[in-house]
Ligand binder design. Structure first.
Ligand SMILES: NC(=O)c1ccc[n+]([C@@H]2O[C@H](COP(=O)([O-])OP(=O)(O)OC[C@H]3O[C@@H](n4cnc5c(N)ncnc54)[C@H](OP(=O)(O)O)[C@@H]3O)[C@@H](O)[C@H]2O)c1
Length: 516
């Protein structure tokens, strides 16, 4: 193996060992960020690009072009980004690394809503791509501006012939991808009119988390679990995505989104896709995306009566923890004092296919819940016979817990004989911790996703049909909730586990929520 290929293989972003080394290399590129001065760019994208650069993952030749309306020179843009990196980084900024990185940063002041901006963009891109490498026509557009601007930018790129032909392009589209199925279909139409599906990277940062990807690795590389992964052995599946934080100055956004659009339609359904999918025929993007799509299509549709019975909505009120008062949702900045936006969702779903028929999938998510945790609990069925007598039978079924944040771990819960007892069973946990085993530093999910996009790997990005199918699942719930406003909001106190109805949802089925 050449020195060069050894270096590539040592990359912390290495995916699978059967990908040819040349595919692991990032070719020279120009990244054009629409909204290059915004919050996402300053807090996530540029710090991530800097971190990848510092890790030696970027090629020597690349350029990052930020676009926004504010007037600024390249030098002023570099100063802005330097300040953002200093504010976002845990370690002090290393001056020499920053100087090297800053030479790759450029800025264009242009209104992306105006036609005349695109010829200036072409000129700048032409100059930059020519400067960084003779044959480098790789351009990635990143839409990091308001979702309202996305169609305008895409149409501007198309009208000015900047999607195909002159450059080899890709486009990264941020969430939210539409507000409902209809608007998502329309955005997809505009996108696919301008770009091929293979050029489109719809980002869901949850998919960039190692522990989320590990769901597939865990399932399909461990025969012992995959044998049990079906309705014969699994009693139910629970997903909890709980945040202790409130809406943190994002009132205007959250009022429009609410818990379903913010978390369920994208992140939580993607998690279910990975848990419930069939083994793909290969580890390539479309094979995996095909299998996830089949899961979304198999969701049992809800009638209005089902929605009333099997979903729970909530909104946090004020609360107190450790003597500290926090305000309720309706008192947050940018929120209407009589807002009916839900900050909590719980629901019971069924996937009507051969593997999962009859297995309930319970999900809950919310703001200002008791703690920050994202966890998947697979609850197994009880053994067929209670050999140890009813009185001392285990209350705890076998549970497999996949914890995604804040700690990344896998825990298997099983019963053992309690020492010196006659026949008492005690539940114990066998725990694997990513941090303890691999002593790895925390990777921000954007690192993995940006690297994958630069390499042209679509596996962790969401395909057009999946986006539409996911909206198809949640649209009826949003519509039902909107047509029957709640009269009991706020209905949970900050830093609790949400409204009591969420507990009843499981208790009715003889189950309870599981958390570590
Ligand atoms: N912030 C996050 O943590 C986060 C997380 C996930 C997804 N997102 C998504 O990422 C996108 C950007 O969010 P954000 O929070 O970064 O928004 P933001 O802070 O409001 O930034 C918007 C950016 O767009 C630029 N812009 C606005 N109108 C423009 C125009 N007509 N032409 C050119 N540039 C224009 C702004 O600069 P000028 O005003 O100078 O033009 C600014 O650079 C949204 O789709 C959001 O949903 C954000």
């Amino acid at each position: 193996m050449s020195k060069d290929s050894t270096e590539s293989l040592a990359s912390p972003f290495l995916q699978t060992c059967d990908i040819p080394v040349q595919q692991l290399k990032i070719k020279p590129f120009t990244l054009v960020i629409f909204g290059g001065t915004g919050d996402l760019s300053k807090r996530k994208l540029l710090p991530t690009l800097f971190s990848i650069f510092r890790a030696g993952e970027l090629p020597k030749e690349f350029a990052i072009l930020g676009i926004a309306r504010s007037k600024m020179t390249d030098e002023q843009y570099r100063d802005l980004i330097k300040k953002a990196l200093q504010e976002s980084g845990e370690e002090p900024l290393e001056e020499s690394t920053w100087t090297d990185f800053s030479h790759h940063l450029f800025y264009l002041s242009a209104d992306s809503g105006k036609d005349e901006s695109f010829p200036s963009l072409y000129k700048k891109m032409d100059k930059l791509t020519g400067q960084i490498a003779r044959d480098c026509r790789n351009v990635i557009y990143y839409l990091a501006l308001s979702p309202r601007m996305a169609p305008v930018v895409i149409e501007g790129l198309k009208k000015n012939d900047l999607c195909r032909g002159a450059f080899d392009t890709k486009i990264i589209v941020e969430k939210p991808f539409g507000r409902d199925r209809r608007s998502a279909v329309e955005l997809n139409r505009i996108l696919t009119d301008a770009f091929e599906e293979s050029q489109i990277y719809r980002i869901d940062h949850y998919l960039g988390k190692d522990t989320v990807q590990n769901i597939m690795f865990f399932r399909f590389s461990n025969n012992i679990f995959e044998q049990l992964w079906n309705r014969h052995y699994i009693d139910s599946v629970q997903i909890t995505v709980a945040e202790a934080l409130g809406i943190e100055n994002r009132g205007a956004y959250y009022e429009q989104a609410g818990a379903i659009r913010d978390m369920v339609q994208n992140h939580i359904l993607q998690l279910i896709g990975m848990i419930a999918m069939e083994p793909p025929v290969g580890f390539e993007a479309d094979y995996i995306r095909d299998e996830k799509l089949k899961v979304f299509l198999a969701f049992q549709p809800f009638s209005e009566g089902d929605i009333d019975q099997f979903t729970v909505r909530g909104q946090y009120g004020p609360g107190k923890v450790n003597g500290k008062d926090v305000q309720g949702y309706r008192e947050e900045e940018g929120v209407a004092p009589d807002s009916n936006t839900s900050t909590f969702f719980a629901g019971r779903f069924h996937i009507a296919n051969w593997r999962w028929a009859g297995v309930p999938f319970y999900i809950r998510t919310g703001k200002r819940l008791a703690k920050r945790i994202t966890e998947i609990a697979i609850q197994f069925k009880q053994p067929p016979l209670r050999l140890f007598g009813r009185s001392c039978d285990t209350l705890d079924p076998n549970i497999l817990l996949l914890t995604i944040q804040p700690e990344e771990k896998i825990c298997l819960r099983f019963g053992v004989k309690y020492p010196h007892s006659e026949n008492q069973i005690h539940a114990v946990n066998m725990v694997f911790s990513y941090q303890e085993t691999f002593k790895m530093r925390y990777y921000n999910p954007y690192e993995r996703l940006l690297i994958d996009c630069l390499k042209g790997d679509l596996t962790l990005f969401v395909r057009e049909d999946a986006i539409e199918a996911m909206w198809h699942i949640v649209d009826p719930i949003v519509a039902r909730w909107e047509s029957t406003p709640p009269d009991h909001f706020p209905n949970y106190e900050a830093w609790t586990w949400g409204p009591e109805e969420a507990n009843l949802l499981l208790e009715r089925d003889g189950r309870r929520w599981i958390t570590t």
